[in-house]
Write a protein that binds this ligand. Structure first.
Ligand SMILES: Cc1cc2nc3c(=O)[nH]c(=O)nc-3n(C[C@H](O)[C@H](O)[C@H](O)COP(=O)(O)OP(=O)(O)OC[C@H]3O[C@@H](n4cnc5c(N)ncnc54)[C@H](O)[C@@H]3O)c2cc1C
Length: 446
């Protein structure tokens, strides 16, 4: 990609940018859209079905949502997400979708170049993030229209630099220029490596007044931490099963594939294996009816495939009298180790050791954010700095109406890093960050 931004990167400029976004998945794309001058307004003729929200929307006619008080507008909204701004933006874009309706968005978008904030989005691969890893064979949880942006000519490409991996971010506050001067804002130094199309690599170093962490959680799969997990037949991505099936390493006549995990990625792997008649052993630590299992939270009508896997987990368990040949579940089983002759050793719920011969193992038990490019790997940014960062249990602690981290001015986090795990709700984080950056950057003296 040749773009003014990439040239800026090549020059490793010392002139600070207003904003650097690290990560070019759905979060980075949504934010870049809003920072590029695409501005949401309430349509003058729109009537929102939520009476309180409708009343509030009429109080500031002609004022962009980005310039309104997001705390006030989002007050009292409820839904399937913790973030008030994510609920607000979702309610504006899809007013009654959770009630089965298809009311049009109450927003209209204007391209206002004068409101654009110069920014650069850095990403390891092509823009798209985790979507690139979601195989054609996978089921998506979300309906396509929950994940789309408004249908305008986007033209965001010049803000994106692909092949740019950030390896370090450091910050400090410059000295004030004179007595009585306002305390200056912190400056961030972002360094990394840019890989060109011909695979040549070049280091870069940039300065910015604000940095947005939008690196997701998909790059670093969680591990069991048992002996033998590094053996060559043990994998942590579904693509390994697809590759093994395609080259005939795993066939319907092979020993079973062991799938470890009880989330949706594990369910996708079970569905894939069953599609190719490959025998499966499916092991997980929790009981099948544990309310914490994702299957017990998904509406059956909307997700029949996942419901089918859940039914198999329950009815074709090794604990039931006649497990079905091609699939056996091992609920409540804990993996102890893998042996190099392709054996997996478990402890069952009664404490008895069990050994199974397998052809391939897929450990699909989630993934962790990788903030190793931050001081202390970003551990002190978490809600509980004494526990590991986790999108579900211990995300980065952010202000709910700006998504600025509570521990460092100018440093923002969004998407699963900030606890918003679905694309539908990632968009609200982008609204909060863009609104905060607009206020900050337009307040700055020229
Ligand atoms: C298997 C699977 C199925 C899913 N199904 C659904 C679904 O049906 N519906 C739904 O709403 N959501 C689904 N999700 C969740 C959805 O993918 C995430 O909510 C979304 O991708 C988050 O967007 P993001 O931009 O914050 O992070 P990501 O999509 O993870 O993108 C972050 C990007 O940042 C890059 N990056 C990371 N570190 C660096 C670095 N140091 N330097 C440069 N670049 C870096 C990464 O390579 C990545 O491309 C699914 C996720 C998975 C894994």
């Amino acid at each position: 990609m040749s773009s003014p931004r990439k040239e800026h990167l090549g020059a490793s400029s010392s002139e600070p940018l207003a904003v650097i976004v690290i990560g070019n998945g759905p979060s980075g794309i949504c934010l870049s859209y809003l920072l590029s001058g695409y501005t949401p307004y309430v349509r003058p003729d729109a009537v929102h079905p939520h009476p309180l929200l409708q009343r509030k929307l009429t109080e500031a006619p002609g004022v962009s949502i980005l310039d309104q008080d997001l705390d006030y507008l989002s007050e009292g909204l409820e839904g399937r997400c913790q973030s008030p701004v994510a609920l607000l933006f979702d309610a504006l874009l899809r007013p009654d979708t959770d009630f089965g309706g298809d009311l049009q968005s109450v927003l209209t978008w204007k391209q206002q170049q004068e409101r654009a904030i110069p920014h650069m989005v850095l990403g390891r691969n092509l823009p798209g993030g985790a979507w690139h890893s979601i195989e054609g064979s996978m089921v998506t949880l979300s309906q396509g229209e929950w994940m789309g942006l408004p249908d305008l000519q986007k033209g965001l490409g010049h803000n994106f630099v692909s092949g740019a991996v950030v390896t370090a971010v450091a910050w400090g506050t410059p000295e004030p220029r004179g007595s009585g001067a306002q305390a200056p804002s912190p400056l961030f130094q972002v360094t990394g490596v840019l890989t060109a199309k011909d695979q040549s690599q070049q280091p870069f170093s940039l300065w910015a007044r604000n940095v947005v962490l939008a690196t997701g959680t998909f790059d670093s799969p969680a591990r069991l931490g048992v002996p033998g997990e590094a053996l060559p037949f043990v994998h942590h991505e579904l693509s390994a099963l697809e590759a093994a099936t395609q080259v005939g390493v795993v066939t319907p006549a092979s020993d079973p594939v062991l799938i470890v995990g009880a989330g949706l990625s594990a369910a996708d792997a079970v569905l894939y294996a069953r599609h190719y008649n490959i025998p499966v052993i499916h092991a997980f630590r929790r009981p099948v009816d544990d309310p914490g299992l994702v299957f017990n939270q998904l509406p059956k009508m909307l997700y029949p495939e996942y419901h089918k896997v859940h039914q198999m987990m329950r009815e074709q368990s090794i604990l039931s009298p006649s497990p079905y040949e091609g699939y056996r579940s091992l609920p409540g089983h804990r993996l102890l180790l893998f042996k190099d002759d392709r054996q997996a050793v478990f402890r069952d719920p009664e404490g008895v050791e069990k050994v199974f011969g397998v052809s391939l193992v897929l450990v699909l038990i989630g993934s962790h954010p990788d903030l190793s490019f931050l001081p202390g790997a970003g551990a002190d940014l978490a809600v509980d700095p004494n526990q590991p960062l986790s999108a579900k249990r211990n995300p980065v602690d952010v202000d709910p109406f700006t998504y600025q981290t509570t521990r460092q001015e100018g440093l923002y986090a969004m998407g699963p890093l900030a606890g918003d795990n679905f694309v539908r709700f990632v968009q609200g984080g982008a609204l909060a960050v863009a609104s905060s950056l607009l206020r900050k950057e337009t307040r700055k003296p020229p």
